[in-house]
Design a protein around this ligand. Structure first.
Ligand SMILES: NC(=O)c1ccc[n+]([C@@H]2O[C@H](COP(=O)([O-])OP(=O)(O)OC[C@H]3O[C@@H](n4cnc5c(N)ncnc54)[C@H](O)[C@@H]3O)[C@@H](O)[C@H]2O)c1
Length: 530
């Protein structure tokens, strides 16, 4: 409870929520008084002074009730953006808080001589009305935000835009990674000319299946090299930027490097693209920008990032929005957490990791089981990029889309249970919360309505896919550093070219420059003039 009070945040949406709750409390107590007054009238006949007496009791009591209920609601996590008040237990927490508020209020007025105690029936009715209103309003918000939007999307399906085959050249930056290795074959199958600009940090293996495709041109370089970016951008119609330092742990290694790669380079690349008359710039952002929140979030919701990774993405989105113009469409895709197999499968992401642990270690260890996360399969992520690339301009021009499906919103506990269902001999362990504060449930109606995006994969199907890969030996050691971004950078496995460009080329150069100077003859010391 104390933690909830410490995490109180008075952002506009929180203030509105608190006001709405207090309106419900005040309204419920007023309704209870009215009911009691009507009962009194019916018993004792019309007595004009009764109304004034009831109004006085209301005025004396309502501010105490409101103060107490606000404090108790806040202590129960109603107005934090974090952890205690959410998920399956939400209704229970609300009911408990309302009951406690009325108990404390009852006790307070009993102890305070300044207020006239209201009849106990009024307190009881007030409690009942408040309970119904607070639970009802939350159920309604849930219904409205998920079920109703989903129903509307089903009722008015918008066909997937007519996709055209043409000889457009598409530049995919960072396309040899988890998402990109699934995207490249899709683009090539559609007949596009594809240029890949990637440092190939994880080698050529992730794209081995398309390596010799006649329509694929590969430029192996760091996207911070301006000459290489300019070379890669020639004759390009659309840029898809997937490259970067990806994930909270990898970004936390070095703040300067993360800012340089994820933000500064994104700005430079986009400026070059705009200058070279690229028409569309599709940027990979993340639903991590939402951070920690209790409500279902859409593209207009407030952002509460809890990591440098998420902040670097928000800053990049802002920079890109500033660059957009009539001729330069920026499309932001905020991907949910990805799962499933691609050319470069990652096992540092929760669904894949829990599945691998279940198969190999016979343990499914879940941290923070009640935290929500939206999940989307890696194939569906590349489908979304295709749609953003091919959709008519008016559907995507300067738009931001959450990428996923409403059914993909699951708590980490639910993911653990799904894995347990498919690997029954593994033990499901809830280890409590670790340091990861992310908790967000996301609404995906926009991408569905505007681009006709419907995920083809469920989390369960993706888990089965990973199980098959592990059992068939397609994935040998899920702990190998190539499957994890942070391990790859920290364990001494990165190739020389990666180290040279990524991990501080400038420091090495400066050191060598210093050594050269020390071997040279010392310059003569100038003698001061008299
Ligand atoms: N995987 C997810 O769950 C997820 C979720 C949300 C958003 N995203 C976003 O999608 C994008 C792709 O993610 P991913 O999981 O495929 O990442 P990844 O780490 O698997 O791939 C990143 C690719 O970028 C390349 N790269 C990195 N720095 C580079 C540089 N300086 N120069 C050239 N190439 C460089 C790497 O070689 C690699 O091929 C990222 O922008 C990420 O933030 C991913």
């Amino acid at each position: 409870m104390i933690q909830n009070l410490k995490e109180l945040r008075f952002s506009p949406d929180v203030v509105l929520r608190a006001l709405a709750d207090q309106l419900m409390v005040g309204g419920s107590f007023a309704a209870a008084m009215v009911v009691h007054l009507l009962l009194a009238y019916s018993g004792a006949g019309a007595n004009p002074s009764l109304l004034g007496q009831y109004a006085q009791v209301y005025a004396q009591n309502i501010w105490i009730l409101m103060l107490v209920s606000f404090a108790i609601f806040a202590a129960n996590g109603f107005y934090t953006r974090g952890r205690a008040y959410r998920g399956r237990y939400k209704m229970l927490v609300v009911a408990q808080a309302v009951a406690l508020a009325y108990l404390v209020y009852g006790f307070t007025v009993f102890m305070l001589p300044v207020a006239i105690n209201p009849p106990s029936l009024v307190v009881f009715l007030g409690f009942l009305f408040t309970l119904v209103l607070t639970l009802g309003s939350r159920a309604w918000v849930h219904y409205w935000s998920i079920v109703e939007l989903e129903r509307k999307a089903k009722a008015n399906p918008i066909p997937i835009p007519n996709l055209q085959l043409n000889d457009r050249t598409i530049l995919v930056i960072g396309g040899a990674g988890y998402i990109g290795s699934g995207l490249l074959p899709r683009l090539l199958e559609k007949g596009y000319k594809v240029r890949l600009l990637d440092l190939l940090m994880f080698g050529k293996e992730p794209i081995a299946h398309v390596l010799h495709h006649p329509n694929l041109e590969i430029i192996q370089a760091d996207f911070r090299q301006v000459d290489k970016v300019v070379e890669a951008m020639r004759g390009v119609d659309t840029v898809v930027h997937l490259g970067g330092l990806v994930g909270d742990p990898a970004c936390a290694l070095d703040e300067n490097l993360t800012t340089e790669i994820n933000l500064v380079a994104t700005r430079t690349i986009a400026e070059i693209a705009k200058g070279m008359r690229v028409k569309r710039f599709v940027f990979a952002s993340t639903c991590s920008v939402y951070g920690a929140s209790d409500i279902v979030l859409n593209e207009r919701s407030n952002l509460y990032p809890v990591s440098l990774y998420a902040r670097s993405k928000i800053a990049s989105e802002q920079v890109l929005h500033k660059l957009q113009s009539d001729d330069f469409s920026v499309v932001i895709l905020r991907f949910g957490t990805i799962f499933g197999l691609s050319g470069r499968t990652r096992f540092d992401l929760v669904v894949n990791l829990l599945t691998a642990k279940a198969i190999v270690d016979k343990k499914i260890t879940v941290f923070g089981g009640d935290q929500w996360r939206p999940f989307v399969h890696v194939d569906d992520a590349s489908l979304a990029v295709m749609l953003a690339t091919e959709a008519p301009k008016e559907r995507v021009h300067n738009e931001t889309f959450n990428v996923g499906g409403n059914d993909g919103n699951l708590t980490l506990g639910m993911v653990g249970e799904l894995v347990k269902k498919l690997v029954p001999d593994a033990e499901l362990i809830d280890s409590g919360r670790d340091g990861d504060r992310r908790n967000y449930r996301v609404d995906f109606s926009k991408i569905r309505n505007l681009l006709g995006f419907v995920p083809q994969w469920t989390v369960e199907k993706g888990i089965q896919q990973v199980i098959d890969a592990l059992r068939s030996g397609r994935v040998r050691d899920y702990r190998a550093s190539m499957y994890s971004n942070v391990k790859y950078l920290t364990e001494d496995t990165a190739s020389e070219s990666v180290k040279q460009y990524y991990l501080g080329w400038e420091k090495g150069l400066i050191e060598r420059a210093h050594m050269q100077n020390t071997t040279e003859e010392k310059p003569p010391i100038a003698t001061p003039q008299a």
